[in-house]
Write a protein that binds this ligand. Structure first.
Ligand code: SF4
Ligand code: SF4
Length: 439
């Protein structure tokens, strides 16, 4: 009993221990995915306003060339991931929303001719904080852990920052892309962290890694041993450790206030892949046009970790990996807990797509809530999810609001543990949408 209680409070309240299935791909090094014949690049692959195309149909573009400009303060520039010809600028099916959204389609010439803008920015020591932030903005860097928040906006914090916290936890089951980034690009991750510290004025940097990645822990510890202001924090494996509020609690012992942001407690949290992208932007001048992606799951024939160009078709990637096994398969972009189910595989990989997984379809027959309280035991935000299931059924949005549903991070822990197999997250999302629409 005491052990259970201790576990519940380990690092932060709640959380779960789902089966990881990381062994399917965690010892497979990153391989470059064959170049696609054409890429579909959506204008909306970040938080905030969609980017605006600055090229025309028929125009020749080079790899790394800016093809769409950020529109407004929270937005991001977008670049060509191949060289070739713009063959369409039209609505295409979006990977996450499943809706038609504007995209630029480029037919590759197979040459990967580099744009003249792709050149090193000079020594980090010689760059000012504002120059670093401008490079991050211009090169279209966004959070690569899933949310796609423009990184330059985070770095230009109106509040003082005491810590840049790199998230190398990768707490979602099955995914191993960040683990491989830590192993294969450790120097770039450290360089990116130093750049973020300089840009934000943070005196300290931490790379947090879960204890199920001992090889990465040892490598990063060895590489940072002589760097005084960078520390490797080893966190006991528990989902959702990588959620920024949990990670801040675990590493800094601080609570981000309800409705607040990491900067309110002096922190910037970024994914390790984002740090690697910042390193590429400064050291090579390469914008965010490719990323490491895990292709795995017990229903994927040939799991692996691939360096994939933004805009590559999910269908082509799955075919390349030997297709899926069986008929009762669910394909998700992202991990099994927070990933998005994709019905139509003719959608492109985005800057923030960290995985394609094929898993067994599980049909759950929900029954009535038995008020066991297990959902509240595991909720890392210390909410009471059982109320959301009840209020959603009676469309009592005010009741949901009173129970702080807007603080829910949609981690899925409550649904995973629910004795009555209730689709709690679905009901929470309906409630949040109703509240946002003022119902
Ligand atoms: S999905 Fe929301 S309510 Fe459920 S455990 Fe996660 S934070 Fe709590
Ligand atoms: S875990 Fe499920 S059944 Fe138990 S209290 Fe929560 S919602 Fe009800």
């Amino acid at each position: 009993m005491n052990a259970n209680r201790e576990e519940r409070y380990e690092g932060y309240y709640g959380g779960i221990h789902p089966i990881e299935y990381k062994e399917l791909s965690d010892s497979i090094s990153v391989v470059r995915f064959p170049d696609p014949l054409n890429v579909v690049i959506p204008m909306s692959q970040h938080a905030g306003a969609p980017a605006e195309p600055i090229v025309e149909v028929g125009q020749q573009v080079k790899m790394g060339q800016k093809i769409a400009a950020a529109k407004g303060p929270i937005s991001s520039a977008i670049h060509a991931s191949v060289s070739g010809t713009v063959v369409a600028i039209e609505p295409r099916l979006h990977t996450v929303s499943g809706l038609e959204t504007l995209a630029i389609v480029i037919q590759s010439d197979g040459k990967n001719t580099l744009d003249e803008s792709v050149k090193p920015a000079g020594e980090l020591d010689n760059l000012s904080p504002d120059e670093i932030i401008e490079i991050v903005r211009e090169k279209g860097i966004v959070g690569m852990g899933g949310a796609g928040f423009p990184t330059a906006v985070k770095l230009k914090s109106p509040k003082p920052i005491e810590l840049v916290l790199l998230n190398g936890c990768e707490c979602e089951p099955i995914l191993t892309a960040d683990h491989q980034v830590l192993l294969d690009y450790a120097d770039d991750v450290i360089y990116g962290l130093k750049a973020m510290m300089k840009a934000s004025g943070a005196p300290k940097g931490v790379i947090a890694i879960e204890d199920n990645k001992q090889d990465a822990v040892e490598l990063l510890q060895a590489k940072t041993a002589d760097i005084e202001n960078i520390e490797i924090v080893v966190a006991k494996t528990k989902y959702p450790q990588g959620a920024e509020k949990m990670l801040i609690k675990r590493v800094m012992g601080k609570q981000v206030p309800s409705g607040g942001l990491p900067m309110d407690v002096g922190a910037i949290v970024c994914n390790v892949s984002t740090a690697k992208a910042i390193s590429d932007a400064i050291q090579i001048g390469m914008p965010l046009i490719e990323r490491v992606v895990t292709v795995s799951g017990e229903r994927m024939n040939k799991p692996g970790n691939y360096l994939v160009k933004v805009g590559t078709s999910v269908k082509d990637i799955i075919s390349h990996c030997g297709d899926v096994k069986g008929d009762d398969v669910t394909v998700k972009i992202g991990g099994p807990m927070m990933g998005f189910k994709v019905e139509n595989l003719n959608v492109p990989m985005l800057k923030c797509s960290n995985g394609i997984i094929a898993i067994e379809t599980i049909v759950k027959e929900a029954v009535e809530c038995i008020k066991c309280g297990r959902c509240a035991d595991v909720c890392p935000m210390e909410l009471r999810p059982l109320y959301y299931t009840k209020y959603a059924l009676s469309e009592d949005w005010e009741g949901m609001k009173t129970q702080n549903v807007m603080d829910c991070i949609e981690c899925g822990c409550c649904e995973y543990i629910c004795s009555s197999k209730i689709p709690i997250v679905e009901r929470i999302k309906i409630g949040k949408t109703a509240i946002r629409e003022g119902k």
